[in-house]
Design a protein around this ligand. Structure first.
Ligand SMILES: [Zn+2]
Length: 209
């Protein structure tokens, strides 16, 4: 199993292939590869990303079958089932890198900002349960910045939401805390740009040593 720094390098290399438009992942998605995986899996990274159809984790990191353990939920929020999924991958497969990945133009963050500005149409309780989880971090950004420049507000809100989810994973589970302190598990925050295809890792990134 790759350690966190090695896993991060592999994601960065894959994302680079993706954004310069030279992906290679079909070579990792062959019938032979699928057959190899019948006996088990060793995903080298966990990605907690948004359900947005424009942000498929395997494609933006140019990875194939068996490479990534992906959890997708609108707004890349952390609820108990997301924590449990990360615990499962980290303890069962020994995966040592967890990436919380938000993205530009995130609809869940936009819906939360609309609610804060009194323009919400999130009347459905289950959808509100997502907005409720996004809201605290976005609210802090909104309070500090005010409506101001809507693009900057959204950018900061997306990043605040990523940081909040990453912190929840770091401190919301005894098992994950133990693995972080004793066994090299690393949780990083990242943002995918719909405009450029680049994933920027901006929170909790370990030194290369
Ligand atoms: Zn989104």
């Amino acid at each position: 199993m790759l350690n966190a720094v090695q896993a991060l390098d592999r994601l960065r290399e894959g994302n680079r292939r993706f954004y310069v438009n030279e992906p290679t992942s079909p070579f990792d998605s062959t019938l032979v590869r699928r057959e190899q995986l019948l006996s088990g899996q060793e995903p080298f990274a966990v990605i907690l990303g948004c359900s947005d159809s424009r942000v498929p984790a395997e494609l933006v990191f140019d990875q194939g079958f068996g490479d990534l353990f992906v959890i997708r939920v609108a707004g890349n929020i952390v609820a108990p089932s997301q924590v449990g999924s990360v615990e499962f991958a980290a303890s069962r497969f020994g995966t040592r890198l967890v990436v919380v990945m938000g993205h530009s133009h995130c609809g869940a963050v936009i819906a939360t900002l609309e609610e804060l500005q009194g323009r919400a149409n999130t009347h459905f309780w289950n959808l509100r349960s997502i907005v409720k989880r996004v809201r605290p971090s976005v609210e802090t950004v909104f309070a500090a910045r005010g409506a101001g420049d809507p693009e900057l507000l959204l950018r900061d809100a997306v990043r605040a939401n990523v940081r909040a989810s990453a912190n929840q994973l770091r401190s919301g589970s005894e098992l994950l805390e133990h693995l972080i302190h004793e066994d090299g598990l690393v949780v990083v925050g990242a943002e995918y740009s719909l405009e450029t295809g680049v994933v920027e890792f901006f929170d909790g990134v370990p030194d290369a040593s």
